[in-house]
Design a protein around this ligand. Structure first.
Ligand code: PAF
Length: 284
């Protein structure tokens, strides 16, 4: 695996891969890799001839009081995992390489960027879209792979790619869960064993909503109530949001149709976790 630390080196390496006619897949990450990330790498390997990944803890998507400083960093372990999985290129730039002093240019998807996590974390999605736009310019992949766990991120990146005419296919891959249902996340590493159990309430609440929807309930307020009540039962977990929205526009829906996104964010101790499901089925 070739590791590139500069934009110039990565751009050259990616162009070399593509000039030999290979379809290049790209998996952007912030490192601290887990099975969720590895599922993206495997999806990229299955659909492309060569895979590039990036590890960059992007400071612009963290708010001033968030966990940028303590975000888990595990470069050596990540490097080994990617190498074992057959990744050809790894981009691991410094902050200074990605954001030269004095940079004032942002990419923002207005409207969508203020919904769900964007409402609770002002400026978060502007940081995400800016860094993803920059990474796509450097790598110029044929396809880029993102986890459905960050469903709002996926919707916003799709919109950016469409409206700014990026020539890349955006592939969203299913959430990978632990055996007990907890969605895999680098932030799970912050949880102590008690909090790890409490965190299961997010998935439980989503499953309760799914059951009610499958039983025929279509009223969004009713379904959201079911989810919120379930979260409230776990006293030490503080709800940030529980919403049912259109998967593309991220606008709240009144009547919940097939394909609606049920999304939750909650604090378990000091750790903010997110999870979601897309309602799908023939019921009703
Ligand atoms: O999903 C993530 O890990 C990050 O938001 C991303 C897409 C790598 C941008 O920093």
């Amino acid at each position: 695996m070739r590791i590139c630390f500069t934009i110039e080196d990565m751009r050259t390496a990616c162009r070399e891969e593509r000039s030999s006619g290979k379809r290049l897949g790209f998996v952007p990450t912030m490192g601290a890799l887990h099975e969720g990330h590895m599922s993206l790498v495997r999806a990229a390997s299955a659909r492309c001839d060569a895979v590039a990944a990036s590890i960059f803890v992007n400071p612009t998507q963290f708010g001033p009081n968030e966990d940028l400083a303590k975000y888990p960093r595990a470069f050596e372990n990540d490097r080994e995992l990617l190498e074992k999985e057959g990744v050809e290129l790894l981009f691991a730039p410094s902050v200074e390489e990605m954001y030269p002093a004095g940079a004032v240019t942002w990419v923002a998807v207005e409207g969508l960027g203020d919904k769900l996590d964007g409402r609770s974390r002002p400026g978060h999605f502007r940081g995400v879209t800016t860094v993803v736009a920059k990474l796509l310019h450097v790598v110029e992949p044929d396809a880029a792979f993102f986890g459905q766990k960050d469903a709002a991120q996926v919707a916003i990146i799709r919109r950016m790619v469409r409206e700014l005419n990026f020539s890349v296919e955006i592939v969203a891959c299913p959430i990978v869960r632990e055996a007990d249902g907890l969605a895999m996340s680098s932030r799970n590493a912050y949880l102590d064993p008690v909090q790890r159990k409490q965190a299961l309430v997010l998935h439980r609440a989503l499953m309760r909503v799914k059951e009610c929807w499958e039983a025929g309930e279509r009223n969004s307020a009713g379904l959201v109530g079911v989810g919120r009540d379930e979260i409230a039962r776990e006293k030490s977990v503080r709800l940030d949001y529980f919403e049912i929205v259109d998967s593309n526009s991220l606008y709240s829906v009144g009547s919940v149709a097939n394909g609606a996104l049920v999304a939750v964010a909650a604090f378990v101790g000091g750790t903010r976790l997110i999870d979601n499901i897309v309602l799908a089925g023939t019921a009703g």
